[in-house]
Each structure stands twice: as structure tokens, then as C-alpha cells.
Design a binder for this molecule. Sequence first.
Ligand code: FAD
Length: 386
Amino acid sequence: MTVFTGEHEMFRQSVRNFVEKEINPHAEAWEEAGMFPAHELFPKLGALGVLGLEYDPAYGGQGADHIYTAIYGEEFGRAATGGVAMAVSVQTDMATPALHRFGSEDLKERYLTPAIKGEMVAAIAVTEPDAGSDVAGIRTRAVRDGDEWVINGTKLYITNGVQADWLCLLVRTSEEGGHRGMTQIVVPTEVEGFSVSRKLDKLGQRSSDTAELSFVDMRVPVSNTIGEIGRGFQQQMAQFQNERLIAAYMACGNMRLALDRTVAYVKERQAFGRSLADNQWIQFRLAELVAEVDLLRQYNYACADAIAAGSDPIMITKMASIAKLKSGRLQREVADWCMQFHGGIGYMEETWTARYFRDSRLLSIGGGADEVMLRIIAQLEGIGNG
Ligand SMILES: Cc1cc2nc3c(=O)[nH]c(=O)nc-3n(C[C@H](O)[C@H](O)[C@H](O)COP(=O)(O)OP(=O)(O)OC[C@H]3O[C@@H](n4cnc5c(N)ncnc54)[C@H](O)[C@@H]3O)c2cc1C
């Protein structure tokens, strides 16, 4: 059971201050622009130390325990624009964990250290037009030519894709089908043959850029391979656990804030001669959501403890899948009720509830849809292989 130390609490406060000072004042402008300036914001995050919380100090990381990641996630979840929080978590928990775990010294020096400092922006490129939930269906291919990979294919819905300096790219490197013959490669976006085909327009998370990326005879040294050739699928599955957990931590941060703000509103707003909060229905609905968020938060802390204790990877996979599934579903519910109890003003763009409603919808789709989480849980519980 997680008990926060004074140092954890000080860290929480410094991250909260950062979000309030460096992100929230720009939320409207970045939402409007459909992008935030990652190359301006990330060096500040690097200086704060959050881009490499658990990473080895040899590469500029903090060498901190996983509880710090849970705190950082909750606090970034409170940001006034979900897109920035998501983009930062791509850098910390989606594009770099495999490089830290499996990358060569040279690769880490060239790509991880600058990512931790915030000097380079990273993206994770797995999804393709014909393969999202079923990662084994990817077709982007890297063919070996001497000391180089020659890469051809397309990646879709890539967060930070417009601004990224390098990608953690999952490709096919052999004719074996299914889960075999995939490899992770660090791909610098300055190399000829790479292009951003389209910047995509989204329902929510509008301050983050999302792109379709194209690779045409792009040549990258074989030494840019992360870990083992042919083990890319397995390495990516391990990396997905970081992604799913940070998403769950962020969701708990934003759900708690959304409920606090809604409680303040219903106490203020009058109808039928009394405040909205004087209606037992509203009290009970909000109380129940508070209870559910609190349960999930405690479950998240159990996940954080399991990671910090170096528990069995299968158990972590199951816990991360449960946390991601339940937070995706609960966040949708919380966003819906917060809007409902704000009434008409809640439906207006001028009120935070509108953006929150849109931003919240992604969690049940991205990073493995709810059904993919259910599939993993069903398999690990021995219920079936759906
Ligand atoms: C805003 C945004 C940002 C993203 N960022 C990134 C990124 O940075 N990098 C990256 O690689 N990808 C990214 N993605 C892609 C995301 O991870 C995929 O969209 C997601 O995994 C779902 O894949 P898909 O869209 O191909 O849906 P599909 O695989 O076509 O599935 C469609 C739906 O079918 C259902 N479904 C799927 N499989 C099953 C099953 N076995 N049983 C029952 N139902 C099922 C689910 O409800 C699912 O939502 C992003 C997506 C979005 C929208």
C-alpha cells in the first residue's frame, strides 16, 4: 500500500505548479492551433526532471521509484488541455521505455539522453491504416541492405508525429507472419524518405498533433535497432504496459479535478429555490462517482507498488489492462455526468466540461481499446482466447 513521503508530496506540488504556470495559461491558444510547441515546452519539462523519472542517471534520468511516475501522471492529468498531457506521456511512457530497457549504449546516448533533457521530441509509431488493435497485422517493412535498413510503409494516428525528431518504429523485418519477425528501430525524422503525409483533425485532445507518416526507401543504420532483431513485438508489448498505466494515472487526476469542479458548481447554481447540490439525486450520483474514482486510484497505487516491487510481468500486464479498461470507462461516465449537472452552460465551448467531454472519449480507444483490454484479461484469467 503506497504511503507518500514528504519528498513525494513536494514533487507533487512542483509538478502541479508547473502545469498551472507553464501549460494551463496557454491551453486555449494551443487547442485553437491544433498543436502545442513541443520544442519550447519539453526543455522546461526536462529541467523539471519529469522526462526521465525512472531512468538511469547515466542518461540524465532521476533514478526515482515508480510512485513518482504515478504522481506525475495524476498531476498532468489535471492539465486544462488533455492533448499536452498525452503528448508528454508519449515521450515518457510510450516512445522511450523500450529504448531505456533494450537499447545499446550508443543509441541511448544519441536519442534517450536528449529526450530526457527535452531537446528531442519522440513519438511511438505502431498503428497503421490496416492494423491497430491487431498489432500482428502491421505491414511496414524494413529490409536489410548491408548495414542499413530500408524502410517502406505507412503509420497512422501518430501522436507528436508532426513535431517528432525521432520515432520508436515497429516494423516487419522477416517473412514470418503474426507476432514473429518484428523489430523496433529508432528512426530519425530528418532522414530522406520520411514525410508527414497529413496532420489529422480530431474530436478531442486537440492541442496535440496527430499525423499520418510515410516511409519510402528510407535508410537507417541497422545499429539503430532497439534490442533484438525479431523481438520487436514482445518489446512493444512490454512498452504498452507503461502506456496503459500512465493513462490510468492521468485519468484519476483529471476525474478527481472534474468532480471537485462540478461539486463547486452544483453548490452555487440555484434551481427550484435551492442549490442543485441540495437534490439528493445529484449528491448521490456525485458521491458514487467520487467513490469509484477513489477505488480506481487505490487500484492504480497497487499497480504502482507492484511495478516498484518488480513483480511478475504477467501480473503487471493483467493489472495494467484492468486499470486502463476501468479508467477509460469511468472517465467517459464522469465527463458525461459533469456535463449533465452543468446543464446548458456545460455544453458550451466556454466551459471546461465541453473539452473534457471530448478529450475523455479517447481513453477507451487509444493505447488498446476497451475490447482489447478485455481480451487480454480474458486470456490471462483462462476464460478464453477470443
Ligand atoms: C488521438 C489518437 C492518438 C493515437 N496515438 C497513437 C500513437 O502515438 N502511436 C500509435 O502507434 N497509435 C496511436 N493511436 C492509435 C490507437 O492506438 C488505435 O486507434 C487503437 O489501438 C485502435 O486501433 P484501430 O483504430 O485500428 O481500431 P480497430 O483495430 O479497427 O478496432 C476498431 C474497434 O473494434 C473493436 N475491437 C477491436 N478488436 C476487437 C476484438 N478482438 N473483439 C471485440 N472488439 C474489438 C474496438 O472497439 C475497437 O475500438 C492513436 C489513436 C488516436 C485516436
